[in-house]
Write a protein that binds this ligand. Structure first.
Ligand code: AMP
Length: 218
């Protein structure tokens, strides 16, 4: 049976870390719209420039661009057995767009995505964001406050220099929260009503969250 997972949660709720672990164990592609958009920005394309003008303000990138990226990605061969969506949909209109995309892709199946909501209080989040560092080479994510790295600037998995995301400053983080509460949080009710939502307490430690998450998979 095809497995389709959607992750919703505020910035810094740990979706990236958990979805990467899940992707490895279940051998499903991890589709993270934030990373796909950052790649587009790095390519220097006109679409990347457009995306960046929204990302640097903590706003959602226009739906046409995001839907195009997601549709192209979901149609790739490696999504045949399923996928993990991290950071999409992020608004009611994106949820409608996804319904449409999936009705085309899954025409002859009755598979329904399971939606995980990462629930965590806001005060923990800004702190997690400003202490977040990531490895541009292997994708590892670190919290320099809680993880006690030998060297805060170096990836312990592959030795590359760690980077800090441009939008992980306190100022942009606050805007990203506002965007989340205004546009993304209403999706929780939508998927709850549809019976697709599982709530995960994302304030716990990484391994406990992962255990609860995999335990909740239907
Ligand atoms: P993230 O890496 O998930 O925190 O996303 C970083 C930024 O990329 C967000 O603040 C948005 O500007 C943009 N972004 C990511 N996913 C989406 C999406 N589904 N729709 C619109 N913009 C997005």
């Amino acid at each position: 049976m095809k497995k389709e997972f959607i992750f919703i949660g505020p910035p810094g709720s740990g979706k990236g870390t958990q979805t990467k672990m899940l992707s490895k164990e279940y051998n499903l592609p991890h589709i993270d719209t934030g990373s796909l958009l950052r790649e587009e920005v790095a390519s220097g394309s006109d679409e990347g420039k457009l995306a960046n003008s929204f990302m640097e303000k903590g706003q959602l990138v226009p739906i046409d661009l995001v839907s195009k990226i997601i549709k192209n990605r979901l149609m790739k061969n490696d999504c045949k057995e399923g996928f993990i969506l991290d950071g999409y949909p992020r608004s009611m209109e994106q949820a409608e767009a996804l319904d449409k995309i999936l009705s085309e892709i899954d025409k002859n199946t009755n598979v329904e995505p399971q939606v995980f909501y990462f629930d965590v209080s806001q005060d923990k989040l800004v702190e997690r964001l400003v202490n977040r560092r990531s490895c541009p080479k292997c994708g590892a994510i670190y919290n320099i406050k809680t993880m006690h790295l030998k060297d805060e600037t170096i990836c312990e998995k592959c030795g590359s220099k760690l980077t800090r995301r441009e939008d992980d400053t306190e100022e942009v983080a606050v805007k990203r929260f506002q965007t989340y509460f205004a546009q993304t949080a209403p999706l929780i009710e939508l998927y709850k009503k549809r019976g697709q939502l599982s709530s995960i307490d994302a304030s716990l430690d990484i391994n406990t969250i992962y255990k609860n998450l995999t335990g909740a998979i239907k």
